[in-house]
Design a protein. Sequence first.
Length: 635
Amino acid sequence: MIFRPKKEKIIDRAQKYILKGYIDRAIEEYKKASAIDPGDTSIRLRIGELYIKNGMKEEAIKEYTEVAKSNAQKGFYLKAIAVYKQILKIDDSIIDVHYKLAELYTRQRLIADAISEYGYIVNVMEKRHRMDEVINLLKKMIEIDPANVGVRLKLADIYRKQGFDKDAFAEYRHAFERLLEQNKLDKAEKIYLDLYSSGIEEPEILEGLSELYKKKGDKERFVEFAKPLLAYYKEKNITDKARELYRAIIEIDPSYREDGDFLEEEEGTTPQEETPEAEEPLIEFPEVDLELPPGEEEGQETEQKEEIHQASQEPPLWLEESIEVEGFEPAEEVSAPPREDSILDLTDEAEVIEEVEPVEQAEAGKEVEEVGESYEEVEIELEGAEEELRFEEEVGGEVSEETKVGEVVTEAGGVGEVEPVDTMAEGMEERIGPEELVESLPEEMGEEEPREKEEYVDLIAELGMEETLEGIADSWAENETADTAEEFRNGIGKQLSREDTETHYNLGIAYMEMELYNEAAREFKIALKDPGLEFDCYTRLGLCAMAEGRPHEAIEYYLKGLQVKGHSEEERKGLNYELGLAYQAAGKVDEAREVFTSIYNIDPEYREVADKVKELSRKEEKIPLDDDLVEIEIL
């Protein structure tokens, strides 16, 4: 701490050198400051940046590597990842950095990124024909993500090329079973048919194909593979499986017969089912002679009386009336209850069902009617306008492209007149008013379905998440078959959906600090899956777009962020300010002026909003200037 003033003076001097363009002198000053405080990694990062500006890439990589190691040792893994990413931006071919990234991603449980880094190394090692390393890397990838079918297929293919048929089949079997579970029957079929046609003799292949064709309902092909499988079971005396399979075959092909003792037994027992042994009665009755009424058949009479007995759960009348037991006389005559009381009246029950059913249908119809009211018209009076503005709100909460609306929220909290602002972001026109500083736009439009019910698939497609996923899997797909690459990509996508969104969000912030805006945007898009991070993600996506010089894209993100509910006036005011800056950068002066004016009406002291209003108002007035004023303006 006693050196702090000296360190700050040195840094100030270095910054002055930078302003004057003396990069070499600035680097020397920063090195002096770093020697005073070696633990300050921000100074070394600054030195690395200056090396890059000076075209000294090797020196920059050395500085960044030391900073990354220091962050990793201190447990700042996300910061270390961001620095290593910066190194790869300088030189993507440094294998050691890819290894370090893969390890750090694994520690942070960012499995999709870890698999992607290992995939890059696999391709490099394969080109160098270092197959032992390739196999070890693929095994590590399977340990990290056992469900990724693409990795297993890759390892199986390499085993097969190396002549390790048993190991290859083990991986193919895992992939086959996984595809079968996912109901990807055609891909599973392709794997095993290829193995079968290549002459790999494994009973599991016949079992798998039999199961697959049974699942597909292809009886002909099922029998084709079931017959050689039955022969295998016979040869190995696997009797239970043989009999079960034999039953399945003759159900499809009754003419099929096989020799063999156990099969002959099966033929004799197949048509008939074994009858279970009758349970001994709890009470033994003496043998009796039944006297049946004339004209009644024995089976019919017994069946009817049994039905009555089951319905009434009372001793059957016929037992006392028609059975004479020698030497047995009842103490008193028992009268059975009337049959009408003892048997359930199904007619009444049917009437009850008919009465209830219309009510349920009416309720269902009511719900459908309520859901069907998916649009409502809202009328808003515009300040200084003569006609009413109409817009529609979808139940899902999304505003249509034709939506143009804004409301002025007074300082007292009331809703005043509306000041429309034209917004155009990639074909989307909307009206943004100062009410969005406090109130959410969807809230002003009435009740809506919760945002959690929206389909994130659509959101991901809209934000370019598909491209993000392709970027992660790019290094893998380069040298792979279409099926293997597709399964690898699917595995990455499923893994991303399971990962912690907050970790991705924090990694995005670390990338922003390193000015890796494309990488940061990718992380924020992944974190958008969490509704609690949605507002912040849209804000930071807009900042990344602005940093990359894409203000129209930033406008779109900011508008989406303003539709997210549950945020304070201060947060919404900040996002509106960023929206104003984006409008200004996009050359939309009118929209920018109205947004800044709205902020000024609520909080005149907020940031430089007063200066912004004055600046944009002067542009609107377009007052002609004489030569002197023009000269002053230029100066």
